[in-house]
Design a protein around this ligand. Sequence first.
Ligand code: ADP
Length: 248
Amino acid sequence: MTTTEQQSIVAARAVNATKIYGTGDTEVRALDGVDIRFQQRQFTTIMGPSGSGKSTLMHCMAALDSLTTGQVFIGDTDLGTLGDRGLTLLRRGRVGFVFQAYNLVPTLTAMENITLPMDLAGRDFDRQWVDHVVSTVGLGDRLTHRPSELSGGQQQRVAVSRALATKPEIIFADEPTGNLDSQTSSEILAFMRQAVDELNQTIVMVTHDPMAAAFADRAVFLVDGGIHGEMPNPTADQVLDYMKNIGG
Ligand code: ADP
């Protein structure tokens, strides 16, 4: 395979994805026929006004929620064809998720939190890969500390490493820097960028922050549950202008 062909492999995609919450008068069309593809080894950011469907799209793509109609594929796997067991295995091994709240286990050390998904699955893990992730995370002797002894930025580094540790096909991050100051946010975003460039990972991130979007290869804009447009290699200024035009 040529490099170009490898780069254009689709890690995940949604086809005519529609998600409706409620019925009748209370019906909300959170996603309204979304078609989107995420290429391997790309860092994509999803942006748009509050309520435009960003979190819903991420949750449905990561198998944390299901669509009303349409399809989501991780690699070639149509999530709609999987039963509970299949979805659990997929969530455990093939996708990673990073939340705004770090969701670390308080009684475990940073290192134990990173290997937790593998320990829970009771499976052998790629020790070399985990060591590689851990050496990239830059936590040094903090790895033996519990979350309460770490700063917010360090805790989020642990959460990103935990998502990376299983070597997933794609990582979804929902406002991962939402609780962090701008300096710490930049460090986390640089770490995510490094995961794409050096560890060949694929990341999709929801953010409100145009500065954060500037770390991505591509920005996709959602409005009212539909794709409004997208931008390659976004700069913070370009994103800010676009967001002003769509009321974000
Ligand atoms: P965003 O992440 O862009 O802020 P969301 O995906 O959270 O948007 O929400 C999209 C729309 O779906 C909003 O109108 C929101 O109120 C609605 N929504 C989200 N989750 C639920 C839910 N569990 N029940 C009912 N409506 C929901």
